[in-house]
Design a protein around this ligand. Structure first.
Ligand code: GLY
Length: 311
């Protein structure tokens, strides 16, 4: 067990399939996916080592992943059925239970920072669409062109997926169920927890679709008395189980973060045939993770201060 005041952080780069070159999955070209989560974890760890808060650490780590075109969040996000990017993100402070989130944002480079501004500078928890963009300008977050969020690889995948989807089902059918989301959970030296999650959602989603990521208790949750949790996977299924709160509650009732993560992912598969993954940090800095997809890129700090990265 780590010492009482041991800082800890674990990040994920999304649940997905092995052997795919889809940046919305964690599989395929493994090296960039491992390097990216390691870099994000180290950035969060540096914040914690400098005495920074868990909140600062998770925002920093998620911004690194949002700026990395390998992952389905920020730059490199998957495309909607209309062919553009719509971003969702949330953040939660386990000390105060304050939280902020944004959905369907098209013109912000780092939606996790906008979610934090909603938490700290508005009376609200969740802002969506044009209202979220207007608030971003008020908060001093500059506009960012949607086209700059779109990578050539995601555009090519969109073309392929659209061709494959033609005539296969009703509007909103998501062929291939491409997942991908990024997230971070941390415990700082004062014992406070925080969680943050960010995503482009699911490939070919209908414009305006909102998944689990910006919904507190579904994609993200943090409570110093319980745990901090970030989810990845099929948002519609994750929402049905309020998965992040599910995990936090299990830790609150005495499960280790690892056991709580495993129990939640087993329930996700059993109860709603959902696919995805979770990362967790507990009140003493113990980390946990689980996924029922072939892979979920992740990196975490050990009690000795090393960083371990895995798919
Ligand atoms: N888990 C991300 C989403 O479904 O939007």
């Amino acid at each position: 067990m780590p010492p009482a005041a041991s800082p800890a952080i674990i990040v994920h780069g999304g649940a997905g399939s092995l052997g795919s070159d889809d940046p919305a999955s964690s599989g395929g070209a493994d090296a960039p996916r491992l390097e990216g989560v390691r870099r994000a974890c180290e950035a969060g760890q540096a914040v914690l080592r400098a005495g920074g808060s868990a909140l600062d650490a998770v925002e920093t780590a998620v911004r690194v992943l949002e700026d990395d075109p390998t992952y389905n969040a920020g730059t490199g996000a998957t495309l909607t059925a209309a062919g553009d990017v719509e971003l969702d993100a949330s953040i939660m402070d386990g000390e105060t239970l304050r939280c902020g989130a944004v959905a369907v944002v098209k013109d912000v480079r780092n939606p996790v920072t906008l979610a934090r501004a909603v938490m700290e500078r508005s009376q609200h928890v969740l802002l969506a669409g044009p209202g979220a963009s207007a608030f971003a300008r008020e908060a001093g977050i500059p506009p960012y062109e949607n086209a700059l969020l779109v990578t050539a690889r995601q555009r090519a995948r969109w073309e392929e997926a659209r061709a494959a989807a033609a005539g296969t089902g009703p509007a909103g059918t998501l062929p291939g169920k491409k997942f991908g989301t990024v997230g971070a959970v941390a415990r700082d030296a004062r014992g406070h927890l925080a969680a943050a999650t960010s995503t482009g959602g699911m490939q070919l989603k209908l414009p305006g679709r909102v998944g689990d990521t910006p919904l507190i208790g579904c994609g993200t949750y943090a409570d110093d008395a319980l745990a901090a949790v970030s989810c990845t996977g099929h948002g519609e299924r994750i929402i049905q189980l309020t998965l992040a709160r599910f995990v936090a509650d299990r830790v609150g009732r005495g499960a280790t973060p690892m056991d709580a993560a495993r129990e939640a992912i087993a329930a996700l598969g059993r109860r709603v045939r959902g696919e995805g993954g979770v990362i967790v940090v507990g009140p003493r800095g113990e980390v946990g993770f689980a996924h029922n997809t072939p892979v979920m890129s992740r990196a975490w700090t050990t009690p000795d201060g090393d960083v371990v990265a895995e798919l």
